[in-house]
Unconditional design. Structure first.
Length: 273
């Protein structure tokens, strides 16, 4: 047995977190002090936080759009800016919609959509990373959304082709050369695959846009997040894919969401109802 660990006081903890560069030191101190576990657990969490580990991994959860989302080491931590993607998706989606989330990570977006959409008819989430799939299954069990493992649309039943009203994805979009500019918390602790979007950041989004028209119902939408500098280029990608592009922007959160609407009359396709 080591020496007893003395309980950490609030003021001392705030001071230590602030010295370590935590901007929201008071909030973090409160969350760490009320996170449960004994003084040794607290001391260990504080040491890991001071060493740079994301607070959300230490707590085991992140707040997203008012929901508490389970996260675990390596799985992408839902960002406040992604609330814009959620609200954009809700705005373009009618009742009883058929909805799929790709690149779902923790499943945060589906969890919020399941509560905000009016009577969604079918929801499913997909991720290629087994750790994300396990995490999303935990977050989505309560709202009854199944989670599939695989690349983009690959694991979905073929019968869903041409029937999706909404496809949402916070796919990786950071250009590979910009990965070194990410905050150390993201760079060192999150899965690079959840962030790195290839040479221009659009490698996954381009594949997604190309495949989407095959899966969307007429009038259905693809809704994704991109970086501010990628709008023009992804606009062209959506147009090229046969989707009608639009963009929404939130300067406070530095968030950009882009929509691609599937035309009502997609030539050469037949639909049964
Ligand atoms: N760094 C970006 C963010 O924090 C990257 C997100 C992404 O690649 N999907 O929002």
């Amino acid at each position: 047995m080591g020496p007893p660990v003395s309980p950490v006081g609030y003021d001392a903890l705030v001071a230590r977190l602030r010295r370590a560069g935590c901007v929201w030191a008071e909030d973090e101190a409160r969350l760490l002090l009320t996170a449960g576990g004994g003084p040794e657990t607290l001391a260990e969490r504080v040491d890991r936080r001071v060493a740079g580990e994301p607070l959300e991994y230490l707590l085991g959860w992140a707040e997203f759009c008012g929901e508490r989302i389970d996260v675990e080491s390596g799985v992408f931590v839902p960002r406040a800016r992604t609330a814009l993607l959620v609200s954009a998706a809700v705005r373009v989606t009618g009742p009883a919609a058929t909805v799929v989330e790709l690149c779902c990570g923790s499943g945060a977006i589906s969890r919020v959509l399941a509560r905000r959409l009016t009577a969604p008819r079918l929801l499913a989430a997909v991720d290629v990373d087994p750790a994300a799939v396990a995490c999303a299954r935990r977050n989505l069990a309560a709202v009854g959304v199944p989670v599939f493992a695989g690349d983009l649309f690959d694991p979905l039943p073929a019968a869903w082709r041409g029937r999706l009203d909404l496809v949402v994805a916070n796919a990786p979009y950071v250009p590979t050369a910009a990965m070194v500019l990410l905050p150390p918390e993201a760079r060192r602790y999150e899965s690079a695959a959840a962030l790195d979007g290839g040479p221009d950041g659009l490698a996954v989004l381009r594949r997604l846009a190309a495949a989407a028209p095959d899966w969307l119902a007429p009038g259905g939408h693809l809704v994704v997040e991109v970086g501010r500098a990628q709008v023009e280029q992804f606009h062209a990608v959506l147009t090229e894919a046969g989707l009608v592009p639009s963009v929404v922007r939130d300067d406070v959160f530095d968030a950009t969401a882009m929509m691609g609407r599937c035309p009502d009359d997609v030539a050469g396709r037949r639909y049964e109802n």
